[in-house]
Design a binder for this molecule. Structure first.
Ligand code: HEM
Length: 554
């Protein structure tokens, strides 16, 4: 006789009663739900107490909501502009709660000077962020200078970078700057002549120019042609990785930086495959990967004696001289590439502005001719001093302020800062609102008017303080400000000498294209990239332009 299993019986009212007794207040699901609700309420209460306690006494600012703080009021807006508007209500320096993190925003030129120059040491650090430092870099100590808290190592790395890019050093790079600027003109000419309307998508040419300057200075290498920026090359990898890094560095979005509750949720989403958390770490590793490949390449060139003078080469040849570890050397390289990312939008904005403002373009062209007509056919232009173009370069920097909130700053690990009776504790997140400072009417009367003349005609008192806030201020100001200014100035001189810039057909009647706020590609991105990338470039004299392009690179 075979063994038979008892046939399962449907639950009777008697058995379900037993189950009900075992779970007196509902199903397991209800239990979990109740637990979650209670935990959430506890989280809200604890978080709200912490948020309340983290507010800085005597410093005004909006209170915001539990958990999210003032983030909902910033969503979809240009944060720097929203902060500028809030400063009209709360004062030059106020606090805001970004999720559960308190940030201090500095919104006027006078306040910026008082805090970043007057209390330089206390304001000298940089904050750590969950997404960039934690997820992308996986907690590694190797981070760029601009994202490093203040320390002896940071001081050392900053010194190496700053020395390599001080005024004297930048003067010695003029042959490179001129050659790369000619490369830029060459790319634009090819693009212009490639179609009968002379419409140019300037994005790749601008990117190549910005990248080549930092690649040459740091590694003694360069991108030869636009094709290398796409497809299967190390440079294409660089473009992709740096674009992603810039997205993860964006401290206006990436809400996990501010709302800890999102972190476990993100992990669960990643676990069930809705998003890919590993991607951030992978991008971090790929960034280190391409830098290592470039360094290896340079190492072989140094060994073969075929290297060109550059920052990393100097250290490789004399490792003791700079006292930098391999990680610190990598940090300097990461900083240089991040800098290239910032130069690009400024050139883009200038092209768009010139296209719609023929009056400015004519003034700049006339100024070049009046200064020295030989500039028009000179291969090297950076040493000519055309005051109007120099002022135009500064005004583009002010008017468009590429990093509207600078790079996030923090108070020193052990020092407090003071503002109007309020004590800003150590390790507090601080933003220099470079956009608001550049719009400060005390320093820049009629700030909404684009006026290069303000940099030329300013009275002596104003000139003393006329500062380019686009590069930040104080002990962590951009170390490449001379280089960036010289590179932009040279490119603009070449550009205006060789092309007439006109709007592309689709931008003809769209003034928002050149508006520093309305013309943004992404209002919440921390790098102010223009949404349009097309202009018409009519060569003034093709033969003359070709004649400067045949000069050899130095
Ligand atoms: C138009 C181009 C550029 C603009 C508008 C710009 C702007 C800035 C700003 C606003 C800061 C933060 C300053 C502060 O916190 O006060 C900064 C920092 C920095 N910039 Fe630039 N930058 C540009 C180009 C470059 C380039 C080409 C490089 C590298 C070759 C570079 C390297 C750095 C570094 C290393 C820092 C960090 C300094 C520190 O934290 O101590 N920048 N830049």
């Amino acid at each position: 006789m075979g063994l038979t299993l008892p046939t399962p019986r449907p639950p009777t009212s008697e058995s379900s009663g037993l189950l009900a007794k075992a779970l007196p207040s509902g199903t397991v699901f209800q239990y979990i739900l109740a637990l979650l609700v209670v935990s959430f309420i506890i989280y809200l209460v604890v978080g709200e107490v912490a948020r309340y306690r983290s507010r800085i006494p005597n410093l005004p600012g909006p209170r915001g909501l539990p958990v999210v703080g003032s983030l909902p009021w910033l969503r979809g807006k240009v944060h720097a502009e929203q902060y500028r508007l809030w400063s009209l209500k709360y004062g030059d320096v106020f606090q805001v709660q970004l999720g559960e993190r308190t940030a201090v925003i500095v919104n006027s030129a006078a306040a910026a000077r008082s805090l970043f120059l007057g209390q330089r040491e206390a304001m000298n650090s940089r904050p750590l962020f969950y997404v960039l430092h934690g997820k992308v870099q996986g907690g590694s100590a190797v981070t760029s200078i601009g994202t490093s808290p203040w320390s002896d190592s940071c001081k050392k790395r900053r010194k190496v970078g700053a020395t390599a890019m001080n005024k004297v050093a930048v003067d010695s790079y003029q042959p490179t700057i001129n050659a790369e600027s000619r490369g830029f003109i060459s790319d634009l000419l090819a693009a212009s002549l490639s179609n009968e309307d002379h419409i140019v998508d300037f994005r790749d040419s601008v990117r190549k120019y910005a990248m080549n300057l930092v690649l040459t200075l740091n590694y003694g290498t360069r991108v030869e042609n636009i094709k290398q920026l796409r497809g299967d090359t190390i440079f294409a990898e660089m473009v992709l990785v740096e674009t992603e890094i810039s997205r993860f560095r964006n401290v206006s979005q990436n809400y996990e930086n501010y709302i800890p509750l999102l972190r476990p949720i993100g992990k669960v989403l990643s676990w069930i495959g809705v998003r890919d958390d590993k991607y951030m770490a992978e991008i971090g590793k790929r960034r280190v990967g391409y830098h290592k490949a470039l360094l290896e390449n340079l190492r072989s060139e140094v060994a073969a004696g075929t290297d060109k003078p550059c920052i990393q080469g100097n250290v490789l040849k004399d490792p003791e001289s700079k006292g930098l570890s391999e990680g610190e050397l990598l940090s300097v390289s990461l900083s240089m590439m991040a800098g290239a990312d910032t130069s690009q939008p400024t050139v883009g904005w200038a092209l768009l502005l010139l296209s719609q403002r023929q009056d400015l373009q004519q003034k700049a062209y006339d100024a070049i001719v009046e200064t020295d007509a030989s500039i028009l056919s000179a291969a090297d232009v950076s040493t000519f001093k055309v005051e109007y173009v120099d002022a135009f370069t500064k005004e583009v920097g002010r008017y468009y302020t590429a990093l509207k909130l600078g790079l996030p700053r923090a108070t020193h690990d052990e020092l407090e800062a003071n503002w109007n009776g309020a004590t800003i504790p150590s390790k507090t997140l601080v933003f220099l609102n470079a956009w608001a400072c550049s719009q400060d009417p005390v320093l820049f009367p009629e700030p909404l008017i684009f006026s290069p003349e303000r940099w030329i005609n300013a009275g002596s008192t104003a000139t003393t303080h006329l500062h380019q806030y686009a590069f930040g201020i104080g002990g962590r100001m951009c170390i490449a400000n001379h280089l960036a200014h010289k590179a932009l100035y040279t490119a603009f001189l070449h550009l205006i000498s060789h092309f007439q810039v006109l709007p592309a057909v689709n931008n003809l009647n769209d003034p928002t294209t050149i508006d520093p706020l309305e013309g943004l590609l992404d209002k919440e991105s921390f790098v102010a990239t223009p949404k349009t990338q097309f202009v018409r470039l009519i060569p003034r004299d093709v033969a003359r332009t070709k004649s400067i392009l045949t000069s050899d690179r130095t």
